[in-house]
Design a protein around this ligand. Sequence first.
Ligand code: PAF
Length: 281
Amino acid sequence: MGKLKTFYSANSIKNFLQSEFQDQNIGFVPTMGALHHGHLSLIDRSNEENDITVLSIFVNPKQFNNPEDLEKYPRKIEEDLALLDHYGSQVIVFIPEVDDVYPKDFTSVNIDLGELATTMEGEFRPGHFQGVVDVIYRFYEILHPTRAYFGEKDYQQLAIMRFMVEKCGLEKEVVGCDIIRENSGLASSSRNFRLSEKDKQDALVIYNSLSKAKELAKDHSISEIKEMVKRNFENSTLELEYFEIVHPHTLRFLNEWVPGARACIAAFCNGVRLIDNMQLT
Ligand code: PAF
């Protein structure tokens, strides 16, 4: 097996893929680095389904509405490359600069994301999804992947990625992959690097609330479950930003149960914003 290849410019990776992998299936795993088991599971899935996997590491400034969040986002390029090393030539790493992703003549993708982007993450992180759409569209232009892999942890993002492909008529498959959790139940996330052991312990109120909601969904109403979760957070050190139970495809807030209903949650743990979700029914 050959060595891991790393590209730092859009032109160089574009030319390389065009000459070496034309007519082959390219799997794309977009990341912002600080890699963890969740990312590795996306790579493994992509490797199973494609001839080659391209993984991008790019902390996308456009999707951060809060400058402090952007500044504090974990950056661990050396560790990331060490973690990827054993994939050898099966994985190509793309680590572009901001000016290369967003050249002077860059214009935002002009699609109406509609209701999908106005609630939950869309409400509390204005502009976030436009930033995600912009960066992923640009990566699609550079890499021409056959399939792109996104974790279900960012459930709303995954729905928007599917919507974008359809709306823009892009011939790509968007593959959603299961949430990977630490043994405790805490969802794997790059942001976990910012948590102490105590924070991680405290943060379990998120997973525990979701699990309890799933258990209670059998014989309780949606409003009863929302009350229960609110109380759980009042008795914790975390600050709940939202807890919603939504339709699995439209993401509309539900008042009555439907099959596949999803609970989505965002909360601050010692200043670190965490999100998670779970299918309840
Ligand atoms: O989920 C993420 O890490 C980011 O939103 C993504 C998809 C890499 C786009 O910057």
